[in-house]
Design a protein around this ligand. Structure first.
Ligand SMILES: *Cc1c(COP(=O)(O)O)cnc(C)c1O
Length: 394
Protein backbone atom coordinates (compact mmCIF):
# COMPACT_ATOMS: atom_id res chain seq x y z
CA UNK A 1 0.00 0.00 0.00
CA UNK A 2 1.34 3.45 -0.87
CA UNK A 3 1.66 5.95 1.96
CA UNK A 4 0.08 8.61 -0.23
CA UNK A 5 -3.63 9.36 -0.40
CA UNK A 6 -5.17 8.51 -3.78
CA UNK A 7 -6.03 9.91 -6.24
CA UNK A 8 -3.11 12.35 -6.41
CA UNK A 9 -3.87 15.74 -7.91
CA UNK A 10 -1.14 16.77 -10.36
CA UNK A 11 -3.05 19.15 -12.62
CA UNK A 12 -2.35 22.51 -10.93
CA UNK A 13 -2.12 24.28 -14.32
CA UNK A 14 -5.82 23.50 -14.83
CA UNK A 15 -6.92 24.77 -11.43
CA UNK A 16 -5.80 24.87 -7.80
CA UNK A 17 -7.65 24.09 -4.57
CA UNK A 18 -8.57 27.04 -2.33
CA UNK A 19 -5.89 27.62 0.30
CA UNK A 20 -7.37 27.29 3.82
CA UNK A 21 -6.17 30.82 4.64
CA UNK A 22 -8.03 32.12 1.58
CA UNK A 23 -11.22 30.33 2.58
CA UNK A 24 -10.89 31.75 6.10
CA UNK A 25 -10.70 35.29 4.74
CA UNK A 26 -13.83 34.74 2.63
CA UNK A 27 -16.12 33.19 5.26
CA UNK A 28 -17.32 36.40 6.99
CA UNK A 29 -18.43 37.78 3.63
CA UNK A 30 -20.45 34.66 2.85
CA UNK A 31 -22.36 34.94 6.14
CA UNK A 32 -22.73 38.05 8.36
CA UNK A 33 -21.13 40.63 6.04
CA UNK A 34 -23.25 39.85 3.00
CA UNK A 35 -23.96 43.44 1.95
CA UNK A 36 -23.95 44.82 -1.56
CA UNK A 37 -20.84 46.95 -2.11
CA UNK A 38 -22.98 49.36 -4.15
CA UNK A 39 -25.42 50.03 -1.24
CA UNK A 40 -24.32 53.48 -0.12
CA UNK A 41 -26.96 54.13 2.56
CA UNK A 42 -26.20 51.58 5.28
CA UNK A 43 -23.43 49.83 7.14
CA UNK A 44 -23.91 46.48 5.39
CA UNK A 45 -23.02 48.19 2.13
CA UNK A 46 -20.18 50.18 3.71
CA UNK A 47 -18.53 47.07 5.13
CA UNK A 48 -18.77 45.28 1.79
CA UNK A 49 -17.41 48.32 0.00
CA UNK A 50 -14.48 48.59 2.39
CA UNK A 51 -13.65 44.91 1.88
CA UNK A 52 -13.68 45.40 -1.91
CA UNK A 53 -11.51 48.51 -1.77
CA UNK A 54 -8.99 46.89 0.61
CA UNK A 55 -8.82 43.95 -1.79
CA UNK A 56 -8.42 46.25 -4.77
CA UNK A 57 -5.50 48.01 -3.01
CA UNK A 58 -3.88 44.71 -2.26
CA UNK A 59 -4.16 43.40 -5.84
CA UNK A 60 -2.93 46.76 -7.20
CA UNK A 61 0.08 46.38 -4.92
CA UNK A 62 0.65 42.85 -6.27
CA UNK A 63 0.94 44.31 -9.81
CA UNK A 64 2.64 47.63 -8.86
CA UNK A 65 -0.49 49.35 -10.19
CA UNK A 66 -3.00 51.92 -8.90
CA UNK A 67 -6.24 50.67 -7.25
CA UNK A 68 -8.40 52.41 -9.85
CA UNK A 69 -6.63 50.43 -12.58
CA UNK A 70 -8.00 47.13 -11.16
CA UNK A 71 -11.29 45.89 -12.68
CA UNK A 72 -12.93 42.81 -11.17
CA UNK A 73 -14.25 40.25 -13.67
CA UNK A 74 -15.41 36.63 -13.63
CA UNK A 75 -11.97 35.30 -14.57
CA UNK A 76 -9.17 35.46 -17.11
CA UNK A 77 -11.47 34.44 -19.99
CA UNK A 78 -13.62 37.49 -19.42
CA UNK A 79 -10.61 39.75 -18.80
CA UNK A 80 -9.09 38.65 -22.12
CA UNK A 81 -12.41 39.32 -23.87
CA UNK A 82 -12.72 42.83 -22.42
CA UNK A 83 -9.10 43.72 -23.19
CA UNK A 84 -9.18 42.56 -26.81
CA UNK A 85 -12.76 43.38 -27.85
CA UNK A 86 -12.72 46.54 -25.76
CA UNK A 87 -9.52 47.81 -27.38
CA UNK A 88 -10.71 46.90 -30.88
CA UNK A 89 -13.97 48.76 -30.38
CA UNK A 90 -12.17 51.95 -29.31
CA UNK A 91 -9.17 51.87 -31.63
CA UNK A 92 -10.64 50.33 -34.81
CA UNK A 93 -10.92 53.79 -36.38
CA UNK A 94 -7.17 54.12 -36.01
CA UNK A 95 -6.34 50.67 -37.35
CA UNK A 96 -7.65 47.11 -37.45
CA UNK A 97 -4.49 45.06 -36.90
CA UNK A 98 -3.93 42.88 -33.81
CA UNK A 99 -0.79 40.83 -33.10
CA UNK A 100 -0.94 37.69 -30.97
CA UNK A 101 0.73 34.29 -31.14
CA UNK A 102 -0.15 30.70 -31.93
CA UNK A 103 -0.01 29.13 -28.44
CA UNK A 104 -2.26 31.61 -26.64
CA UNK A 105 -5.15 30.33 -24.52
CA UNK A 106 -8.39 29.83 -26.47
CA UNK A 107 -9.84 32.84 -24.63
CA UNK A 108 -7.44 35.00 -26.64
CA UNK A 109 -7.44 33.00 -29.90
CA UNK A 110 -11.22 32.61 -30.13
CA UNK A 111 -11.74 36.29 -29.29
CA UNK A 112 -9.35 37.25 -32.11
CA UNK A 113 -11.14 34.85 -34.48
CA UNK A 114 -14.43 36.51 -33.56
CA UNK A 115 -13.00 39.97 -34.32
CA UNK A 116 -11.71 38.74 -37.69
CA UNK A 117 -15.37 38.31 -38.65
CA UNK A 118 -15.89 41.96 -37.75
CA UNK A 119 -13.08 43.41 -39.83
CA UNK A 120 -9.97 42.79 -37.76
CA UNK A 121 -6.72 41.57 -39.31
CA UNK A 122 -4.91 39.31 -36.87
CA UNK A 123 -1.30 38.11 -37.03
CA UNK A 124 -0.75 34.85 -35.15
CA UNK A 125 3.03 34.77 -34.63
CA UNK A 126 4.66 31.33 -34.83
CA UNK A 127 6.78 30.00 -31.95
CA UNK A 128 10.19 28.30 -31.90
CA UNK A 129 10.73 24.68 -30.84
CA UNK A 130 10.55 25.72 -27.16
CA UNK A 131 7.30 27.63 -27.60
CA UNK A 132 8.70 31.17 -27.53
CA UNK A 133 7.87 33.90 -30.02
CA UNK A 134 10.84 35.51 -31.75
CA UNK A 135 11.00 39.19 -30.94
CA UNK A 136 12.24 39.90 -34.52
CA UNK A 137 9.05 38.32 -35.89
CA UNK A 138 6.98 40.57 -33.68
CA UNK A 139 8.86 43.69 -34.78
CA UNK A 140 8.41 42.73 -38.42
CA UNK A 141 4.69 42.16 -37.97
CA UNK A 142 3.99 45.66 -36.65
CA UNK A 143 2.35 48.04 -39.14
CA UNK A 144 0.90 51.54 -38.78
CA UNK A 145 -2.48 49.82 -38.44
CA UNK A 146 -1.45 47.77 -35.37
CA UNK A 147 -3.64 48.71 -32.40
CA UNK A 148 -2.96 45.87 -29.95
CA UNK A 149 -0.32 43.28 -29.07
CA UNK A 150 -1.59 40.40 -26.91
CA UNK A 151 1.02 37.89 -25.72
CA UNK A 152 0.71 35.59 -22.70
CA UNK A 153 3.30 35.59 -19.89
CA UNK A 154 3.42 31.80 -19.50
CA UNK A 155 1.78 29.01 -21.47
CA UNK A 156 -0.82 26.90 -19.67
CA UNK A 157 0.11 23.66 -21.47
CA UNK A 158 3.88 23.56 -21.81
CA UNK A 159 4.79 26.23 -19.23
CA UNK A 160 7.07 28.30 -21.49
CA UNK A 161 7.60 31.95 -20.52
CA UNK A 162 7.35 34.53 -23.30
CA UNK A 163 9.85 37.44 -23.46
CA UNK A 164 7.32 39.85 -21.98
CA UNK A 165 9.78 42.57 -20.91
CA UNK A 166 11.33 42.77 -24.39
CA UNK A 167 7.91 42.86 -26.04
CA UNK A 168 6.81 45.56 -23.60
CA UNK A 169 9.77 47.73 -24.65
CA UNK A 170 8.92 47.36 -28.34
CA UNK A 171 5.23 48.07 -27.73
CA UNK A 172 6.11 51.17 -25.71
CA UNK A 173 8.54 52.46 -28.36
CA UNK A 174 5.88 52.02 -31.06
CA UNK A 175 3.07 53.35 -28.89
CA UNK A 176 0.97 50.19 -29.25
CA UNK A 177 -1.16 48.94 -26.32
CA UNK A 178 0.23 45.68 -24.86
CA UNK A 179 -2.07 43.11 -23.23
CA UNK A 180 -0.72 40.13 -21.27
CA UNK A 181 -2.65 37.03 -20.21
CA UNK A 182 -0.84 36.33 -16.93
CA UNK A 183 -3.21 33.69 -15.53
CA UNK A 184 -0.42 31.10 -15.26
CA UNK A 185 2.47 33.42 -14.41
CA UNK A 186 0.77 35.03 -11.41
CA UNK A 187 2.49 33.97 -8.21
CA UNK A 188 5.41 32.54 -10.21
CA UNK A 189 7.13 35.71 -11.49
CA UNK A 190 7.04 39.32 -10.34
CA UNK A 191 4.31 40.93 -12.44
CA UNK A 192 5.43 44.55 -12.27
CA UNK A 193 3.31 46.24 -14.95
CA UNK A 194 5.54 49.36 -14.85
CA UNK A 195 8.83 47.56 -15.42
CA UNK A 196 7.30 45.18 -17.95
CA UNK A 197 5.62 47.95 -19.99
CA UNK A 198 2.18 46.32 -19.76
CA UNK A 199 -1.03 48.25 -20.53
CA UNK A 200 -3.60 45.53 -19.78
CA UNK A 201 -3.19 42.27 -17.85
CA UNK A 202 -5.52 39.36 -17.11
CA UNK A 203 -5.52 37.32 -13.89
CA UNK A 204 -7.60 34.44 -12.57
CA UNK A 205 -7.99 33.61 -8.87
CA UNK A 206 -8.43 29.86 -9.28
CA UNK A 207 -4.91 29.47 -10.69
CA UNK A 208 -3.43 30.96 -7.49
CA UNK A 209 -5.31 29.04 -4.75
CA UNK A 210 -8.33 31.35 -4.84
CA UNK A 211 -11.96 30.61 -5.81
CA UNK A 212 -13.17 29.91 -9.37
CA UNK A 213 -15.24 32.55 -11.14
CA UNK A 214 -13.30 35.66 -10.11
CA UNK A 215 -10.59 37.48 -12.01
CA UNK A 216 -9.01 40.84 -12.64
CA UNK A 217 -8.26 43.01 -15.63
CA UNK A 218 -5.56 45.58 -15.01
CA UNK A 219 -6.10 48.60 -17.30
CA UNK A 220 -3.37 51.26 -17.47
CA UNK A 221 -4.78 54.62 -16.34
CA UNK A 222 -1.88 56.89 -17.27
CA UNK A 223 1.36 57.05 -19.30
CA UNK A 224 -0.59 56.36 -21.47
CA UNK A 225 -4.23 55.87 -20.56
CA UNK A 226 -5.64 52.74 -22.24
CA UNK A 227 -9.21 53.26 -23.36
CA UNK A 228 -11.47 50.19 -23.52
CA UNK A 229 -15.14 49.81 -24.43
CA UNK A 230 -17.28 47.70 -22.07
CA UNK A 231 -18.45 44.24 -23.12
CA UNK A 232 -21.11 43.96 -20.37
CA UNK A 233 -23.43 46.94 -19.85
CA UNK A 234 -25.72 47.88 -16.96
CA UNK A 235 -25.26 49.92 -13.80
CA UNK A 236 -21.81 51.27 -14.49
CA UNK A 237 -19.86 49.28 -11.89
CA UNK A 238 -16.06 49.10 -12.13
CA UNK A 239 -15.77 52.50 -13.82
CA UNK A 240 -18.37 51.56 -16.39
CA UNK A 241 -16.14 48.83 -17.78
CA UNK A 242 -17.77 45.83 -16.13
CA UNK A 243 -21.26 46.20 -14.73
CA UNK A 244 -22.77 43.75 -12.25
CA UNK A 245 -22.95 43.35 -8.46
CA UNK A 246 -19.51 42.62 -7.10
CA UNK A 247 -18.79 39.16 -5.68
CA UNK A 248 -17.41 40.40 -2.37
CA UNK A 249 -16.33 37.10 -0.74
CA UNK A 250 -14.54 35.97 -3.90
CA UNK A 251 -12.84 39.34 -4.30
CA UNK A 252 -11.64 39.17 -0.68
CA UNK A 253 -10.38 35.63 -1.27
CA UNK A 254 -8.59 36.63 -4.46
CA UNK A 255 -6.76 39.44 -2.66
CA UNK A 256 -5.75 37.07 0.15
CA UNK A 257 -4.47 34.58 -2.45
CA UNK A 258 -2.34 37.31 -4.05
CA UNK A 259 -0.95 38.38 -0.67
CA UNK A 260 0.09 34.80 0.09
CA UNK A 261 1.56 34.36 -3.40
CA UNK A 262 3.59 37.54 -3.02
CA UNK A 263 4.92 36.60 0.43
CA UNK A 264 5.77 32.99 -0.41
CA UNK A 265 6.68 33.12 -4.11
CA UNK A 266 10.44 32.69 -3.88
CA UNK A 267 10.30 29.86 -1.35
CA UNK A 268 7.47 28.16 -3.20
CA UNK A 269 9.18 28.43 -6.60
CA UNK A 270 12.35 26.82 -5.22
CA UNK A 271 10.35 23.98 -3.70
CA UNK A 272 8.41 23.42 -6.94
CA UNK A 273 11.54 23.39 -9.09
CA UNK A 274 13.05 20.74 -6.79
CA UNK A 275 9.88 18.62 -6.93
CA UNK A 276 9.70 18.94 -10.70
CA UNK A 277 13.31 17.85 -11.07
CA UNK A 278 12.61 14.91 -8.74
CA UNK A 279 9.68 13.90 -10.96
CA UNK A 280 11.58 14.34 -14.23
CA UNK A 281 14.67 12.48 -13.10
CA UNK A 282 12.58 9.77 -11.40
CA UNK A 283 10.96 9.08 -14.77
CA UNK A 284 13.84 9.50 -17.24
CA UNK A 285 16.26 7.51 -15.06
CA UNK A 286 14.17 4.41 -15.59
CA UNK A 287 12.58 5.03 -18.98
CA UNK A 288 14.00 5.65 -22.46
CA UNK A 289 12.42 7.75 -25.19
CA UNK A 290 10.92 10.42 -22.95
CA UNK A 291 11.20 13.99 -24.25
CA UNK A 292 10.64 17.27 -22.44
CA UNK A 293 8.31 19.71 -24.23
CA UNK A 294 8.55 23.47 -23.82
CA UNK A 295 11.61 25.39 -22.74
CA UNK A 296 14.17 23.42 -20.67
CA UNK A 297 14.47 26.13 -18.00
CA UNK A 298 12.64 29.29 -19.06
CA UNK A 299 9.34 27.90 -17.85
CA UNK A 300 6.86 27.78 -15.00
CA UNK A 301 8.45 26.10 -11.96
CA UNK A 302 5.43 23.85 -11.45
CA UNK A 303 5.02 22.55 -15.00
CA UNK A 304 6.57 19.43 -16.48
CA UNK A 305 5.45 18.42 -19.97
CA UNK A 306 6.73 15.07 -21.18
CA UNK A 307 6.22 12.99 -24.30
CA UNK A 308 6.33 9.23 -23.82
CA UNK A 309 7.18 7.97 -27.30
CA UNK A 310 5.41 4.88 -28.58
CA UNK A 311 2.38 5.24 -26.31
CA UNK A 312 -0.74 7.38 -26.35
CA UNK A 313 -1.38 9.75 -23.49
CA UNK A 314 -5.02 8.62 -23.24
CA UNK A 315 -3.93 5.04 -22.64
CA UNK A 316 -1.59 6.12 -19.84
CA UNK A 317 -4.20 8.32 -18.20
CA UNK A 318 -6.87 5.63 -18.47
CA UNK A 319 -4.58 3.11 -16.79
CA UNK A 320 -3.84 5.54 -13.96
CA UNK A 321 -7.25 7.21 -13.64
CA UNK A 322 -7.79 6.01 -10.06
CA UNK A 323 -4.34 7.09 -8.94
CA UNK A 324 -3.15 10.28 -10.66
CA UNK A 325 -4.86 13.33 -12.20
CA UNK A 326 -2.80 14.83 -15.04
CA UNK A 327 -3.60 16.32 -18.48
CA UNK A 328 -2.89 15.22 -22.03
CA UNK A 329 -1.25 17.23 -24.82
CA UNK A 330 -3.64 15.78 -27.33
CA UNK A 331 -7.26 14.72 -27.61
CA UNK A 332 -8.68 11.56 -29.11
CA UNK A 333 -11.28 12.12 -31.79
CA UNK A 334 -13.23 9.21 -33.24
CA UNK A 335 -10.76 8.77 -36.08
CA UNK A 336 -7.38 9.83 -34.75
CA UNK A 337 -5.36 11.51 -32.05
CA UNK A 338 -5.57 15.25 -32.57
CA UNK A 339 -2.62 17.22 -31.12
CA UNK A 340 -3.48 20.35 -29.13
CA UNK A 341 -2.98 23.68 -30.91
CA UNK A 342 0.08 24.23 -28.71
CA UNK A 343 1.74 20.95 -29.70
CA UNK A 344 0.93 21.72 -33.34
CA UNK A 345 2.55 25.15 -33.05
CA UNK A 346 5.73 23.53 -31.69
CA UNK A 347 5.90 21.50 -34.89
CA UNK A 348 6.61 18.21 -33.09
CA UNK A 349 5.97 14.80 -34.64
CA UNK A 350 2.54 13.15 -34.32
CA UNK A 351 4.08 10.48 -32.13
CA UNK A 352 5.51 13.07 -29.77
CA UNK A 353 2.20 14.94 -29.56
CA UNK A 354 0.19 11.74 -29.08
CA UNK A 355 2.22 10.66 -26.05
CA UNK A 356 2.33 14.06 -24.32
CA UNK A 357 1.37 14.47 -20.66
CA UNK A 358 1.23 17.67 -18.60
CA UNK A 359 2.17 17.35 -14.93
CA UNK A 360 1.17 20.37 -12.84
CA UNK A 361 2.72 20.49 -9.38
CA UNK A 362 1.55 22.79 -6.64
CA UNK A 363 1.50 24.06 -3.08
CA UNK A 364 0.18 20.81 -1.64
CA UNK A 365 2.26 18.38 -3.70
CA UNK A 366 4.59 16.25 -1.53
CA UNK A 367 7.85 14.41 -2.25
CA UNK A 368 6.07 11.12 -1.50
CA UNK A 369 3.46 11.91 -4.15
CA UNK A 370 6.15 12.74 -6.70
CA UNK A 371 7.98 9.46 -6.06
CA UNK A 372 4.75 7.51 -6.31
CA UNK A 373 3.72 9.21 -9.58
CA UNK A 374 7.17 8.71 -11.14
CA UNK A 375 7.09 5.03 -10.23
CA UNK A 376 3.57 4.51 -11.56
CA UNK A 377 4.33 6.28 -14.86
CA UNK A 378 7.47 4.21 -15.36
CA UNK A 379 5.72 0.89 -14.83
CA UNK A 380 2.60 1.87 -16.79
CA UNK A 381 4.50 3.17 -19.82
CA UNK A 382 6.72 0.06 -19.81
CA UNK A 383 3.66 -2.17 -19.76
CA UNK A 384 1.86 -0.21 -22.51
CA UNK A 385 4.97 -0.26 -24.69
CA UNK A 386 5.12 -4.05 -24.33
CA UNK A 387 1.53 -4.26 -25.57
CA UNK A 388 1.99 -1.74 -28.35
CA UNK A 389 1.62 -2.97 -31.94
CA UNK A 390 4.25 -0.37 -32.83
CA UNK A 391 6.76 -2.02 -30.51
CA UNK A 392 8.81 -3.72 -33.21
CA UNK A 393 8.12 -1.31 -36.00
CA UNK A 394 11.31 0.63 -35.48
C1 LIG B 1 -6.89 29.28 -16.90
C2 LIG B 1 -6.45 30.23 -17.93
C3 LIG B 1 -7.35 31.11 -18.54
C4 LIG B 1 -8.83 31.10 -18.23
O1 LIG B 1 -9.06 31.58 -16.93
P1 LIG B 1 -10.53 31.44 -16.29
O2 LIG B 1 -10.44 32.30 -15.06
O3 LIG B 1 -10.71 30.01 -15.99
O4 LIG B 1 -11.51 31.99 -17.27
C5 LIG B 1 -6.86 31.98 -19.49
N1 LIG B 1 -5.58 31.99 -19.82
C6 LIG B 1 -4.68 31.17 -19.27
C7 LIG B 1 -3.24 31.25 -19.68
C8 LIG B 1 -5.08 30.25 -18.32
O5 LIG B 1 -4.19 29.42 -17.78
Amino acid sequence: MPKVKLPIYMDYNATTPIDARVLGSMMPYLTDDFGNAASINHSFGWRAEKAVEDSRNSIADFLHAEPKEIIFTSGATESNNIAIKGAYEVYKEKGNHIITQATEHKAVLDTCKYLEKHGAKVTYLPVDEFGQVRVEDLEKAITDKTILISIMAANNEIGTYQPIAEIGKIAKAKNIPFHVDAAQAAGKINLNVQELGIDALSLSAHKVYGPKGIGVLYVRGKNPHLRLAPVIHGGGHEQGLRSGTLNVPFIVGFAKACEIAKAEMFKENARLVALREQLRSGIVRQLDNVLVNGHPNNRLPNNLHLSFLGVQSDAIMMSLADEVAVSAGSACTSKSVEPSHVMKALGVSRERAAGAIRFGLGRFTTEEEVDFVAERFVSTVKRLRELSPLKNSG
